[in-house]
Design a protein. Structure first.
Length: 54
C-alpha cells in the first residue's frame, strides 16, 4: 500500500506516513495515494476538512 506524503508549508520538508489516522503539527499539504473520485464525502469542522466513506 502506498504512503501518505505530508509537505510542511512553512519549511517545504516532506515526510511519508502509512495510510491511516494522522495528526498535523502545522499547516501542511497532504497528498493521498488515491484520487478524489475515491472519496464519497467530505466534512468540515472549523478550519479542518475531513473525507471519509459513509
Amino acid at each position: 500500500m502506498k504512503n501518505i506524503v505530508i509537505v510542511d508549508k512553512a519549511s517545504g520538508a516532506k515526510s511519508e506516513q502509512a495510510l491511516g489516522s494522522l495528526s498535523l503539527k502545522g499547516t501542511s499539504i497532504v497528498k493521498l495515494p488515491f484520487g478524489q473520485e475515491s472519496v464519497q464525502s467530505y466534512q468540515q469542522s472549523g478550519n479542518n476538512l475531513g473525507g471519509g466513506k459513509n
